[in-house]
Design a protein around this ligand. Structure first.
Ligand SMILES: Cc1ncc(C[n+]2csc(CCOP(=O)(O)OP(=O)(O)O)c2C)c(N)n1
Length: 699
């Protein structure tokens, strides 16, 4: 392929800007070449626009990557991370050149896609396309929400921008429309997105799949849109950024017509530049064409480094200036300043959980979603940093904090968020809010639709982000809406995400304890899985183990020891705990001594000591598990004398109680299956109710 005319724009002798941009380009090229793995094309094409941003506008301090009022920069097209690592190194973050030389190698701080927490200056883990853009929307929301809460006349303590660099793939993903729509609707004027409009994805030209007018699409979302035709025109890009910052009422998209693999004689503007090393010969030819020394590799010309490193003094000055403004703010508003420090550190006020409700059977049967709503109301008044909502299901998920207003352009201090029916974006926005810090973000939907937000949930877990999910309608017990709305495999699905804590409380009191766990967990997401249907309230005077037991994941709710041990352990979660309790009574009538273990969180239980787990589930005692979900996963508790009452098919449309009965979730079946595990052949074991049940599903 002939070199493109665009190559001619680099003329010798290079300006300082060109020298700096080529430094970034060739660092990325050399990193990918040395690793013989990675994505050189996007960095080569986008180096100039990234440089324009980092050199001319981005507010950051390489020596303090966590300074609260820094601008945020997210490389949503995470595959182009060689560019980000190059920027971090040259501007003076704690990322030595050796780390760049260790790109994608074991133990390096330069992993194959940016990983939050691994590399200083990386604001978000990116790679799954589209997520980073929606994270940016979440960060921009956090910025305006915190500004509304903390800024006072004469004191702009929170005042920064969120910049995101996206690729075609980011904008092809549906989440870009979900989050773009929210950003436009919310008038997020401090969100600025640079788009590497290079017309190439992995399979070839975007003509294959992506032909709509992207500018018109984002304009329709309510964004300011600008186009820059010359990808290396730093001044024009800087001007577009300036325009974007002047536009305070709309988010901005700046499409820069970049050229993937810019400078490579044979690979520029082709998919071949996307995801593999250029090759030794092509690297040589590219350097030659760009008038760059063939060796040494990882070359950083002194003038370029000196220029880049001015970022250190610039950043430190900006931070010092902010700190002095913060001091003045603190003098006038001491309590507010202390609050700011507290929420930025994800600290909790003393006594935040004192006097949470203790429910009694006299309160009447209560769905755990309702109990959760009551807890949110209380916690929401104690923790002003709680901010969240639902994907258009708030009346069902009980996620509103009454009296705190809706977050909307007219009320930026509002804390109830309306995400619309956009679960994927909701999850990623919650992640962005958590990454920003200063808020406790939460979001709710029907449990079955957590599948729509699995990608951001996975990232929340990977990044140990304290995000809380409120999932209601937790089983076939939700009833009439039928199999499309009845979760079966979701519990095991979420439990299998490393670092995700799933809590499925059995009643209102376990729900209170579950919320305590969720708020207290400063690192890592928590999913609260709650019923639509009413459940009896467990009497705390009888079941006093609840408050201390829930945080342990599993505990003895009630026991029937004979010579220190029960005959059988009934493990149940959520609504099925009540079946276990009833089943235990039926078993007792037949002389079988059953222990009921409530296990709201298998994840938390698995983290307890061997001794504790042995105490709860003695090795030699048979077990029956009862859970209205897929039996997969419970096998880890299983030995020869274990059975599971679960569901290995989809549900059915009918009133919830009836569906539960048809699938074997009855006290009678609990009793019968327990006898089966015990190999109790005794005729006439007193389990039967009037109508014998047939067991469907699996056990
Ligand atoms: C959700 C998701 N799907 C698929 C991929 C695999 N993937 C990585 S980059 C890419 C597309 C590349 O095109 P573009 O976004 O335009 O990047 P460029 O070619 O400009 O580097 C794909 C499909 C991914 N990272 N994330």
């Amino acid at each position: 392929m002939a070199p493109s005319a665009a190559l001619a724009t680099i003329a010798a002798p290079p300006t300082l800007d060109e020298l700096c941009i080529n430094t970034l380009r060739f660092l990325a090229v050399d990193m990918v070449q040395k690793a013989n793995s990675g994505h050189p094309g996007l960095p080569m094409g986008s180096a100039a626009m990234a440089y324009a941003l980092w050199d001319r506008s981005l507010k950051f301090n390489p020596r303090d990557p966590h300074w609260p009022d820094r601008d945020r920069f997210i490389l949503s097209a995470g595959h182009g991370c060689a560019l980000l690592y190059a920027l971090l190194h040259v501007t003076g973050f704690d990322l030595p050149l050796e780390e760049l030389q260790m790109f994608r190698q074991w133990g390096s701080r330069t992993p194959g896609h940016p990983e939050y927490g691994k590399t200083p200056g990386v604001e978000a883990t990116t790679g799954p396309l589209g997520q980073g853009l929606a994270n940016g929307v979440g960060m921009a929301i956090a910025e305006v929400a915190l500004a509304a809460r903390f800024n006072r006349p004469g004191h702009q303590i929170v005042d920064h921008y969120t910049y995101v660099l996206v690729s075609d793939g980011d904008l092809e993903e549906g989440i870009s429309s979900e989050s773009g729509s929210i950003a436009g609707h919310q008038h997020l004027g401090k969100l600025i997105v640079l788009y590497a409009d290079n017309h190439i994805t992995i399979e070839g030209s975007t003509e294959l799949t992506f032909t709509e007018d992207r500018m018109a699409r984002f304009a329709a979302f309510g964004w300011q849109v600008q186009r820059v035709e010359q990808s290396n025109d730093v001044e024009t890009i800087a001007l577009a950024l300036e325009n974007a910052r002047k536009e305070t009422n709309r988010p901005s998209l700046i499409a820069v017509r970049t050229h993937i693999g810019f400078g490579s004689p044979h690979k520029q503007d082709t998919a071949a530049a996307h995801g593999e090393a250029l090759g030794v010969e092509e690297v040589r030819l590219t350097k030659e064409a760009m008038d760059w020394p063939a060796s040494p590799s990882f070359l950083i010309p002194e003038e370029a480094l000196e220029h880049f490193r001015r970022a250190v003094a610039r950043g430190s000055d900006a931070q010092v200036e902010w700190e002095s403004r913060f001091k003045a703010f603190a003098q006038e508003h001491a309590a507010l300043a202390a609050e700011f420090d507290r929420v930025i550190d994800r600290g909790l006020p003393n006594d935040w959980d004192i006097g949470l409700p203790a429910f009694a059977p006299a309160d009447g049967p209560m769905a755990t979603r309702v109990a959760s709503g009551k807890v949110i109301e209380i916690l929401g008044t104690r923790l002003p940093e709680m901010m969240g909502g639902s994907a258009d299901l708030a009346p069902s998920t009980h996620t509103n904090i009454d009296g705190t207003g809706n977050f909307e352009p007219e009320d930026l201090a509002g804390r109830n968020m309306h995400f619309g029916i956009r679960e994927n974006a909701m999850g990623a926005i919650l992640n962005g809010m958590a990454l920003h810090s200063g808020l406790i973000p939460y979001g709710g939907t029907f449990f079955v639709f957590c599948d729509y937000m699995r990608p951001p949930m996975r990232l929340a877990a990977m990044n140990s982000l304290p995000v809380i999910y409120i999932f209601t309608h937790d089983s076939i017990g939700m009833g009439e809406d039928g199999p499309t709305h009845q979760p079966v495999e979701q519990l095991v699905g979420l439990r299998s995400i490393p670092g995700m804590v799933v809590l499925r409380p059995a009643d209102a009191n376990e729900t209170v304890a579950a919320w305590r766990v969720a708020i207290g967990r400063k690192e890592g997401p928590v999913a609260l899985v709650l019923t639509r249907q009413n459940l009896p309230v467990l009497d705390l005077s009888l079941y006093s183990a609840i408050p201390a037991g829930v945080p342990l994941g599993g505990y003895i709710l009630i026991d029937s020891p004979v010579n220190g041990q029960p005959d059988i352990v009934l493990i149940a979660t959520g609504s099925e705990v009540h079946l276990a309790l009833e089943g235990r009574e039926r078993l007792a009538a037949g002389g079988v001594h059953a222990r009921v273990v409530s296990m709201p969180s298998t994840n938390l239980f698995a983290a307890q000591s061997d001794d504790y787990r042995e105490k709860i589930l003695p090795t030699n005692v048979p077990i029956l598990v009862i859970e209205a979900g897929s039996p997969v996963g419970w096998q880890s508790f299983v030995g020869p004398r274990v059975a599971i009452i679960g569901i290995d098919t989809f549900g059915s449309s009918a009133p919830g109680q009836e569906v539960m009965e048809h699938y074997g979730f009855t006290a009678e079946n609990v009793c019968r299956q327990a006898h089966r595990v015990l190999d109790n052949k005794k005729e006439g074991a007193p389990c039967a109710s009037e109508s014998p049940q047939t067991m469907e599903g699996s056990f």
